[in-house]
Design a protein around this ligand. Structure first.
Ligand SMILES: [Zn+2]
Ligand SMILES: [Zn+2]
Length: 448
């Protein structure tokens, strides 16, 4: 009967563990060059020598400065099995290339191993660069160079032709000169590939996210198991109620651990999405599991009867209203103040009696009579503002009728911290990233 909720928790945890590693996808791995280096070029395919990288980036910069049109040039090793149209659309969408509202973005993307080249055109430029024109722009010069492995020259010429066309439609002339001598192309990427896998093996963000998600879930399960065990061992209703509804420190710990692990994984070069999903999913499941366990324990509590320590029969509890005659004056005061709970059980079979006492947190220990009857009330006398400190009065008084302890303290509360200087809502088109533009799938793709 009690196994059922636990089975559900296991199922959810297992589901979470299975879903975590499915987050990584190739277009999601292309780094946004505006964010990583401030440039418009991301050379994930390692096909551009530094000279070509600078030349192509220069075209994009001039285009953006004179027309606000944003052009990104992206190379990748391979497309991970996706079509270049889908791949380009995902990268375009994720970078949000082009100014928001104007959607004047362009994405020139080249896959080294698939030997594919595509120009993806934002909504706002589809009239200026229709698909047929996009196709001609790629064919004009670029394809022949790409076919012969001259990626730098081919991509430079494609980017130039596209930029000149886009700027011309906006009535702007660009000043892009062909270099007097074509710079050297990048080394063939195969020679660079060697050290790469080693580096990847030492730190795989996906695996790290999986470990940290799994670790948090394992921790949550352990915490839940310990809670259930403590609940089953606790003798008396109040003690069990305290455990069932107790402070959920483990849940808070799980969230803190998740946040720390998230930043650790990012700091060691992880991508954002996977650890983020793990950070939400794992402690989310842990929280759900803890709430579920709490509810289950409370249901079990309602049916709880203390077993007799002598004969094993089920005992009867003296209800709260009727236990006054069993309590001393001090105990009654403690119960009233919320510092203790006393229970009295009676065995109908052998006549044994048992009394149980549990500490509760609503009242503290009185320094004078040592009973858990100390209550305190706090009142703000002067509210703190940004200019001056506030003042708070704390009245402690003991509710034990045989003790007259009371104490009044006043202490200052700190000034309110001034709100951070009003940062103007920064427009998305700042230099930190692309502007927020969208594309509708327009453009052209070429095999080379
Ligand atoms: Zn008994
Ligand atoms: Zn006292």
């Amino acid at each position: 009967m009690n196994g059922k909720p636990l089975h559900c928790i296991w199922l959810l945890l297992a589901l979470g563990a299975i879903l975590l590693p499915l987050q990584g996808e190739k277009p999601g791995e292309v780094l946004n060059p505006r964010k990583t280096s401030g440039s418009f070029v991301a050379d994930g395919g390692d096909v551009l020598s530094p000279a070509y990288f600078r030349m192509i980036d220069g075209i994009c910069r001039e285009l953006q400065a004179k027309t606000t049109i944003e052009m990104a040039v992206v190379t990748v090793g391979d497309l991970g099995g996706l079509g270049i149209e889908e791949f380009a659309e995902k990268v375009f969408h994720r970078f949000a290339i082009g100014a928001r509202g104007r959607d004047n973005g362009l994405l020139l993307i080249c896959s080294r191993d698939d030997r594919m080249l595509r120009l993806e055109v934002g909504y706002g430029l589809e009239a200026d660069i229709p698909d047929a024109l996009a196709s001609r722009l790629l064919e004009r010069e670029a394809l022949a160079h790409l076919r012969d492995g001259r990626f730098g020259r081919g991509l430079f010429l494609a980017a130039r032709d596209i930029a000149v066309q886009a700027a011309g439609a906006a009535g702007v002339t660009l000043t892009i000169a062909e270099p007097a001598a074509w710079p050297a192309e990048a080394e063939p990427p195969m020679s660079k590939v060697q050290p790469q896998p080693k580096k990847n093996k030492s730190w795989d963000p996906l695996l790290a996210s999986l470990y940290f998600g799994g670790g948090i879930l394992a921790f949550a399960l352990l915490a839940i198991a310990l809670t259930v065990k403590r609940f089953n061992k606790a003798r008396g209703r109040a003690a069990r109620a305290r455990i069932a509804g107790g402070t959920q420190a483990s849940v808070i710990l799980a969230w803190i651990a998740a946040a720390i692990s998230f930043f650790l994984i990012l700091g060691f070069g992880g991508k954002f999405l996977t650890p983020f999903v793990a950070m939400l999913a794992a402690p989310g499941l842990a929280t759900f599991g803890r709430l579920f366990t709490g509810r289950m324990l409370k249901r079990r509590l309602a049916a709880y009867r203390l077993p007799c320590a002598k004969c094993g029969a089920t005992m009867d509890m003296v209800e709260d209203g009727e236990d006054e005659k069993f309590l001393t004056e001090e105990q009654a005061a403690e119960e009233k103040a919320g510092g203790m709970d006393y229970e009295f059980w009676h065995c109908p079979q052998c006549g044994a009696e048992e009394s149980l006492a549990v500490k509760l947190d609503k009242a503290g220990v009185c320094p004078q009579c040592k009973r858990r009857t100390l209550t305190s009330t706090t009142a703000a006398l002067v509210a703190a503002t940004r200019e001056r400190e506030g003042k708070t009065r704390v009245i402690e008084s003991c509710l034990n009728p045989t003790c007259n302890y009371s104490r009044i303290r006043e202490h200052a509360t700190p000034k309110l911290s001034s709100p951070s200087p009003s940062s103007p809502a920064s427009p998305r088109s700042s230099s930190g990233s692309f502007g927020g533009g969208r594309s509708g799938g327009g453009g052209a793709s070429k095999k080379f």
